[in-house]
Design a protein around this ligand. Structure first.
Ligand code: 5GP
Length: 120
């Protein structure tokens, strides 16, 4: 099934500066900002600046540079938050079964306490 990118999703609006965000870091292809409804003491979202629906779409269709810059920014966020030794969790929800709410690819970076087991 082919689904098309929804230009009106909330992260597209953030990227167009139509709504604000608390920016943490960015690079040429990627933006990191605080989640509005944190699920841990620290909860950052990392998104590509171009339009990709989910992890599958991103890894299938993004350029090598976009993929490289994306994971580099995730790494920079981990450095910025000093999570290297304390630990953290990366999550990417995808589609209906993954309960993805915002249909623009994003990785959640969660930490700041022991996060417990992965799935209840
Ligand atoms: P998903 O369920 O799609 O994996 O996660 C979407 C995330 O986006 C949620 O954690 C939610 O709190 C966050 N979110 C939704 N709307 C906004 C917004 O307007 N600003 C920010 N910074 N985060 C948002």
């Amino acid at each position: 099934m082919n689904i098309s990118y929804d230009e009106n999703n909330i992260f597209a609006k953030i990227l167009r500066s139509e709504i604000p965000c608390n920016k943490i870091l960015e690079n040429e292809h990627t933006l990191a900002f605080s989640d509005i409804n944190p699920q841990a003491p620290i909860h950052v979202l990392v998104i590509p600046k171009n339009s990709y629906i989910n992890f599958y779409d991103f890894t299938k269709n993004a350029s090598i540079d976009e993929v490289k810059f994306f994971w580099k920014l995730v790494n920079d966020v981990i450095d910025h938050l000093k999570f290297e030794y304390k630990g953290f969790r990366l999550i990417t929800n995808s589609g209906k079964d993954g309960n993805q709410d915002v249909p623009h690819f994003h990785v959640h970076v969660l930490g700041g306490k022991n996060l417990g087991r992965m799935i209840n």
